[in-house]
Design a protein around this ligand. Structure first.
Ligand code: CA
Length: 219
């Protein structure tokens, strides 16, 4: 799943990006408000981490513009500790969660995961979809209760499919989610990845809907 991190302090931005990559997200960085607004307006992200104090355009204005344009991805706001008016303004502007700086990176990851789960209609960290069990905290997958040994890329593919509310995802969209829009990955590579995964976990877990893409059986 793609995550946009909007933060002008390089050390924080890189810490957050690394932690989210470790948690299975493909992270894209934006260092000013205008770039952030454009990316959030034109590309699809599963979640956005948004600092408020930004060059060119402040985070609150960015958020208001996205919401006014009907962009409804989950947004977690980062702000200075104790600035409770910022928190209220942020939530009124359409933020889904809020974290004060300095924060524990583990808490940020947990909150980001919870936001993406809720956006996909799941209230718990463990998702049961058909024969598949996905534990988003342990980053593990079981089929009919049997744990599966998956590569990080294979896990991320299943994680993406599990967060779609039963919508089929095209190979091109999966490539974007897995690698970010910067790297060109062709659809053939995704088809090869799905084929390898099907051999590993057995048929009947990942379905192909012709003309639309992939989805999990029972989703
Ligand atoms: Ca800042």
């Amino acid at each position: 799943m793609r995550a946009l991190i909007v933060e002008d302090e390089p050390a924080i931005a890189e810490d957050v990006a690394r932690a989210l990559e470790d948690a299975g997200f493909a992270a894209t960085l934006a260092r000013d408000g205008e770039t952030a607004w454009f990316l959030g307006d034109t590309e699809d992200f599963a979640v956005i981490v948004l600092d408020l104090g930004l060059p060119k355009l402040d985070g609150l204005s960015v958020l208001k513009r996205w919401r006014a344009a009907g962009r409804d991805m989950p947004v977690l706001i980062l702000s200075a500790r104790g600035a409770w008016t910022e928190k209220v303004d942020g939530i009124e502007a359409g933020a889904d969660d809020y974290l004060a700086k300095p924060f524990e990176i583990g808490e940020l990851v947990a909150r980001v995961r919870a936001l993406t789960r809720r956006a996909a209609g799941h209230a718990h960290a463990v998702l049961e979809i058909g024969r598949l069990t996905l534990d988003t905290r342990r980053m593990s997958v079981a089929i009919d209760g049997t744990p599966q040994k998956l590569s990080p890329l294979e896990y991320r593919l299943i994680d993406i499919l599990a967060h779609q509310n039963g919508r089929a995802v095209s190979a091109g969209e999966l490539a974007d989610h897995l690698h970010g829009a910067d790297d060109a990955v062709d659809a053939n590579a995704i088809e090869a990845l799905v084929a390898r995964l099907r051999r590993k976990i057995g048929p009947g877990v990942i379905e192909t809907r012709r003309g639309f893409g992939y989805l999990l059986s029972g989703a």
